[in-house]
Design a protein around this ligand. Structure first.
Ligand code: SF4
Length: 242
């Protein structure tokens, strides 16, 4: 079913408007995934920025395998520029796309040193000016530095937002635009983490476990819809939050 249908489906089934459903969605997910946080390991804003840049097209686990040795060797922006490009490429090789990433990291370090006193900025509009830093990376960095200015949209956030009927868009920028209209600003940081963890643990791309989902009665794409609710008195999936 196309995402467009889920928004309509939510109305058709009387699940409530997006703005009405968002509060219980956030509350239930926060209770269910109280440990939901960024999986990348870092200690400083610079390590955060490099980790997020390395995480493109690979898993956080893979990045975390590389970064302890990387961050022991490269502690400042100058360190990334002090070695030959090929050496940095070798050091990040296993994260994939190592040539593009090494080039982007060095370009970013140059801008940090030449224009930003070596400091990682917290404003998204400054972050996206860094080479190889797209809006998603900028949003992650800004949020983790305590200044969320948007909502990170990755593959899980996109899929769950569509399935939950929170957006009918396909493009991440347009999805973010829809989400910031309905998600309270104080939740912009944790909301993507909650969707990401729910996507990993319950709402799998191919095989969503709707019977175990705390959002089942709020979700227009539940596989149980029309099965469970037709039973007398049953308004929720077995196992879902009462
Ligand atoms: S009810 Fe199913 S489709 Fe909807 S969010 Fe839960 S697991 Fe995903």
């Amino acid at each position: 079913m196309a995402p467009r249908s889920y928004v309509r489906e939510a109305r058709r089934r009387g699940l409530g408007r997006r703005r009405e459903r968002i509060e219980p969605i956030v509350e239930r997910l926060a209770e269910e995934h109280s440990d939901a946080t960024i999986a990348l390991r870092f200690r400083t804003p610079l390590e955060l920025l490099v980790s997020v840049m390395l995480s493109a097209q690979t898993t956080d686990v893979n990045v975390n395998r590389v970064t302890p040795a990387l961050f022991a060797k490269y502690r400042t922006p100058e360190d990334y520029l002090a070695v030959p490009l090929e050496e940095l490429e070798r050091d990040i090789y296993t994260t994939g796309f190592f040539r593009q990433k090494a080039k982007a990291i060095r370009g970013t370090m140059r801008v940090l040193l030449e224009e930003l006193d070596g400091e990682v900025p917290t404003r998204v509009e400054e972050l996206v000016r860094l080479p190889g830093v797209a809006r998603k990376t900028a949003n992650v960095v800004a949020a983790e530095l305590g200044d969320a200015q948007g909502i990170v949209v990755d593959t899980h956030v996109r899929r769950l937002s569509q399935r939950l009927g929170l957006t009918r868009q396909e493009d991440p920028v347009k999805i973010e635009r829809d989400l910031v209209r309905i998600v309270p600003r104080e939740d912009w940081h944790r909301f993507p983490h909650l969707l990401i963890w729910h996507g990993r643990r319950v709402c799998d791309a191919r095989n969503p476990r709707c019977e175990d989902c705390v959002l089942e009665d709020l979700c227009p794409s539940s596989r149980l819809a029309g099965v469970v609710r037709r039973e007398p008195g049953a308004t929720r999936a077995p196992g879902a939050r009462a």
